[in-house]
Write a protein that binds this ligand. Structure first.
Ligand code: BG6
Ligand code: MG
Length: 230
């Protein structure tokens, strides 16, 4: 397929913040008296803040009331925000900026589709807000991945049909969201984990490898001009 729009997840695709999310959740677990295993990180990727808390509590077999849940999520977020406060353009994952710039130079439209309510702050820290035609984040959309809303809203904002969009995602929940929205899903990471993706590459630095999977990009064709008959 030839895509006219590229939709990007943020955490784990453009910037390596996943490590900070997981470290902050590990502290939550420690406070509650249990430990998160390395493999638990995959379960927390891509899902919204409160859904992630629910998963953490389930792993620990801990039940809390709503007020405590709100407090735990706020405390986790405060730790996370502190960790990413000093983010700079040097923290972008390899190839991310080049990929965005190359696609835009071809006339391909770009959108961010992130579950994170911290996305605007991160985009500003990285200085890449102007590389997106639309930014859809966790404060704009309430239905969390694997619901396709975040990507459907992105496609709509770009004026491109879902079938003409490619989504770049590092999370199982995000790949499912893209597929549920009728888009092509490119996994970023391990093919053994992202089994539902249409193709998997190790990072945006390897985006050219997609051509061998039949995935290419081109600017949206100009609207046909009506012929004037005499
Ligand atoms: C996603 C992360 O991008 O954002 C998840 O992959 C995270 O791990 C989610 O839970 C929500 O982020 P935030 O910044 O709103 O707590
Ligand atoms: Mg992600």
């Amino acid at each position: 397929m030839t895509a006219h729009a590229a939709l990007f997840d943020l955490d784990g695709v453009i910037v390596d913040t996943a490590v900070h999310h997981f470290a902050a959740w590990r502290e939550t677990a420690a406070e509650l008296g249990f430990t998160l295993a390395d493999r638990d990180e995959e379960l927390l990727k891509g899902v919204g803040r409160m859904d992630a808390l629910r998963i953490v509590l389930e792993i620990g077999g801990v039940e809390v009331d709503d007020a405590t849940a709100e407090r735990l999520a706020a405390e986790k977020n405060a730790r996370y925000v502190e960790a990413i406060a000093s983010i700079t353009p040097a923290d972008m994952l390899p190839g991310a900026r080049d990929c965005l710039e190359a696609l835009r130079a071809q006339g391909v439209r770009t959108a961010l589709g992130s579950a994170s309510r911290n996305a605007p702050m991160i985009l500003d820290g990285l200085g890449i807000r102007d590389l997106f035609d639309a930014v859809i984040d966790g404060s704009v959309v309430t239905e969390a991945k694997p619901h396709p809303r975040v990507f459907l809203a992105g496609a709509e904002a770009l004026g491109v049909a879902p079938a003409d969009c490619v989504v770049f995602e590092d999370a199982i929940a995000g790949v499912r969201a893209a597929k549920a929205g009728g888009m092509l899903a490119v996994g970023i990471g391990d093919p053994a984990v992202l089994t539902e993706a249409d193709a998997v590459i190790p990072g945006l630095h390897a985006v050219d490898a997609l051509a061998s999977h039949g995935i290419t990009f081109a600017g949206a064709p100009a609207p046909a001009t009506e012929e004037i008959s005499a």
